[in-house]
Design a protein around this ligand. Sequence first.
Ligand code: NA7
Length: 285
Amino acid sequence: MKIGWIGLGNMGIPMAGNLLAAGYDVYVWNRTAEKTAPLVAQGATRTETLAQLVATCDVLFTMVSDDEAVKAVYGGPEGILACPGADGKLAIDMSTVSPATSRWIAERCQQAGVRFLDAPVSGSVGPAKEGTLVIMVGGEPGDYTQAKPLLEHLGKISLHLGANGAGTSAKLAINLLLGITVQGVAETLLFARSLGIESEQMLKIISESAVGTPLIRGKATSILADDYPAAFALKHMAKDLRLAREAGVSTPLAESVDASYRHALHEGLGELDLMAIIRHLEQKS
Ligand code: NA7
């Protein structure tokens, strides 16, 4: 089986790397061609055009930034669905987009005879490298059955949740909790600091308490160094909260975190890790 991977950003590189490491024949294409270099060094084959990748591969993974990117990659004039030989292939979109976009793509895929799964992930670069992502899938059960052995190399679990759009719906819900949790940690640390409690001590307390999680422990080094290289870029968190809002969430915490990450984005923090929300809150307080 030949695997095609489209989108070699922070997530796509380690994920496609795991399929290579598992012994699959992996072909790669990225809008910015230079970004294929690390995968080619690991044994992947780079195709000059998206059309060549589509013609060559049986299964096509997409991992690109947002709704606009997914629509361009599938439905654009040179997108997957316009490529000769696309029909009969299985396309798996692992990007985080709105459920409406997943259904839009699914409809067009169906018209073109392409089988389509929305399969976004929970987990950032660390779990992507370790192959321990949580994968949420929407689409036909038979297509999920075919995809499952591949997904097992990318995640510790994959769950089939229903028709197209179900995967992206679940993803928006889990990322709402992520946004709330990270902002909660930031607010807790700033509050403790204002009362004279150092962040190092407060992080130990959080870590040993019932609310301590691998997520929070994983952010400690960044927080203490006040350095936020993106494991999960703040711009993507802001996007996910916007998508959740557009999908109908209007609860108090959701509205509050949506506004915070949006403001942080406007302040230029988008390329940093989402934990950089602490800088925005610090400035505000
Ligand atoms: P990155 O590191 O920002 O990478 C984004 C990728 O998407 C990268 O390969 C981009 O290509 C590609 N992209 C963006 N727009 C387009 C268009 N219009 N056409 C083709 N390719 C495009 O994101 P992550 O890897 O961290 O995240 C990926 C997804 O997982 C995202 O939905 C997150 O919310 C979760 P480029 O290299 O810029 O040419």
